[in-house]
Design a binder for this molecule. Structure first.
Ligand SMILES: Nc1ncnc2c1ncn2[C@@H]1O[C@H](COP(=O)(O)OP(=O)(O)OP(=O)(O)O)[C@@H](O)[C@H]1O
Length: 567
């Protein structure tokens, strides 16, 4: 019987499958590697260093996270960017701190405004005539450490390259180290209070930057228009109306009337429109926001953004509004005519002008985002070129016409011009004649003089003028007034003339007739130069306002008598 024993089966290893665990070979490889490593003592050291480094990194990260969590218990970080009002508050606050900190790495700035130095410092470093002073800010690479209400502040002043075209935006990056969770609120309130204190007695002017943000561009001491000479009741009437407006928010809201006011000042150059705006800002305690509609780069969107970002109560000023749009007219009819072939095929636009359109302006002024409580003041030298849609009540409610100087204005201007400067009131001179006069500036110059004459007979000189006899000034002023033809010469020209006789009123009166003749001859020459040439067609602007319409608008100022206006 044949043996049934099979030859021994030769075992062959199975081929590795795709989803199997690491094969024995892999372990073998790893163990081989380890064996290899152990067989070389130097490589073991390297391995230990590697593991140690890895552990250290983990440890370092853990510490950083814990440290951050720990700091988070009492650290608050806040950024104040340049496009926000709070930036101005912090700047004012820093201005007050900079002299008390020991910064070593500083950025010197004259952006700081003069606070009433005599109030805070025994040794004022600036005078009232120098409204800027140098202060210190941390340099971009530096940090200032300042104590505030028991908290330590680290302040950085950085240039953030976040603006379009790589433009820089200034940022205050402040860390507050304190257990007081309200410290940020307290700081913001303190910064705002400092800002208000610093700006007390000043009018701040803001203008738009290239990115349609409001930037503080200047400030001036609040001077009531001592030199401003308008027909009786005009400035007072306007102030009364605006004061009433500022108090009437609830009244407007109850009736669903948009709480806004628009004023149009129109008249020839140099008649006092801008001066009246300054006077209103000072009296009403409002800051001025100016928009130049023809500024390069300003378009409808930017304009809307600017108007939407206005604070609640402010003066929004748009000067020379007629020059903002297509040159030379903005009257809609004129623009249509020019498109219809009566003029050039396209409205002309300077390559440097902005691209604000009339409809863009109208939308921005009364769109949903338009700020409540703002007072818009526009000025123009070309009243009849303005589009009726712009000047209608609801947009520009009050129209005030300015004109060249009347004889009465010339007389009054002369009197005020030669009044003495405000004297410093001391115990010694309290109640003397010049301070008496100064306190009466709200009266007319003539009334002030009359009162002064009844009290004393001479005024201390203005600058280098010898002592001036008050009665003599009144007499000279009358003569000067009669020497000026009614409504022919601008107030600005009068001022220019008197500036030549700053300390010599007698000569000013003596030479006035010759100067007037020269001035009128110059005006005639200029009028001839500007006359249209024969054969050149000029489209005459269609007057958008009928006399009746204009009258009713003018009468919107209740306290003003129309006969008082300067027309
Ligand atoms: N009614 C006025 N009373 C006193 N000063 C005046 C008056 N009008 C003009 N002036 C003087 O003339 C100068 C120019 O005045 P202002 O800028 O107010 O004129 P304006 O009407 O705004 O001129 P423009 O239309 O050219 O802007 C100022 O320095 C101001 O002192």
């Amino acid at each position: 019987m044949a043996s049934s024993t099979h030859p021994p089966v030769k075992s062959t290893p199975l081929p590795p499958t795709g989803n199997s665990f690491p094969s024995a070979t892999a372990f073998l490889d790893l163990s081989t590697i380890l064996e290899l490593l152990y067989s070389h003592p130097g490589s073991v050291d390297w391995l230990k260093i590697l593991i140690l480094g890895w552990l250290l990194t983990i440890f370092h990260r853990a510490i950083a996270v814990l440290y951050d969590r720990f700091l988070g218990l009492f650290r608050i970080r806040a950024c104040f960017t340049e496009d926000d009002y709070s930036h101005h508050w912090v700047l004012a606050w820093m201005g007050e701190q900079s002299t008390h900190t020991r910064m070593r790495d500083v950025h010197v700035s004259t952006k700081f405004q003069l606070i009433d130095q005599s109030r805070s410092s025994p040794h004022p470093v600036t005078s009232i005539n120098t409204p800027k002073r140098a202060g210190y800010l941390p340099s971009p690479s530096g940090v200032a450490y300042i104590w505030f209400m028991g908290a330590l502040l680290s302040v950085r002043y950085l240039s953030d390259r976040s603006g379009p075209f790589g433009s820089k935006e200034r940022v205050f990056d402040i860390c507050f180290y304190s257990l007081d969770s309200q410290i940020l609120d307290k700081f913001i309130n303190a910064a705002r209070d400092t800002f208000l204190a610093v700006n007390e007695g000043t009018v701040i002017t803001y203008a738009s930057d290239l990115h349609s943000n409001w930037q503080k561009v200047g400030w001036s001491a609040k001077t009531l228009g001592l030199g401003l000479v308008l027909p009786a009741g005009v400035a007072e009437g306007l102030v009364a109306k605006l004061n009433d407006f500022l108090r009437s928010k609830a009244w407007y809201n109850e009736r669903g009337i948009p709480y806004r006011m628009g004023i149009l000042l129109h008249g020839p150059p140099g008649s006092g429109k801008t001066s009246l705006i300054r006077h209103l800002a000072a009296i009403l305690n409002l800051h001025v926001y100016t928009i130049h509609l023809s500024r390069a780069g300003l378009d409808d969107t930017g304009l809307a953004a600017l108007i939407n970002a206005l604070p609640e109560k402010c003066l929004l000023v748009m000067e020379d509004i007629d020059a903002a749009f297509t040159s030379p007219l903005m009257n809609r009819d004129a623009a249509v005519n020019s498109f219809n072939g009566f003029g050039s095929s396209k409205p002309e636009r300077s390559p440097f002008s902005g691209s604000v359109t009339l409809s863009g302006l109208l939308n921005a002024l009364d769109g949903v985002g338009a700020q409540e409580g703002r007072i818009l003041i526009t000025t123009t030298n070309k009243y009849h070129a303005l589009d009726p849609a712009l000047v209608r009540p609801g947009r520009l409610d009050v129209h005030l016409e300015f004109n060249h100087a009347s004889q009465h204005q010339a007389q009054e201007f002369f009197t005020r011009f030669y009044l003495p400067s405000k004297p410093a009131v001391t115990d010694a001179n309290a109640g003397d004649i010049s301070s008496v006069l100064w306190n009466k500036v709200n009266q007319s110059a003539e009334e002030s003089l009359r009162d002064a004459v009844s009290e004393k007979t001479s005024l201390p000189g203005n600058l280098d003028t010898p002592e001036i006899d008050v009665q003599r000034i009144a007499e000279l002023a009358r003569k000067f007034g009669t020497g000026i033809p009614d409504r022919k010469i601008s107030m600005a020209s009068l001022q220019g003339y008197l500036m030549k006789y700053k300390v010599n009123p007698v000569d000013a009166v003596r030479d006035v007739s010759a100067w007037v003749a020269e001035e009128l001859a110059y005006q005639t020459t200029m009028a001839n130069v500007n006359q249209p040439q024969m054969g050149v067609s000029v489209s005459s602007p269609t007057p958008p306002l009928t006399p009746a319409n204009a009258t009713s608008i003018l009468l919107a100022v209740p306290a003003l008598d129309q006969t008082d206006l300067m027309s």
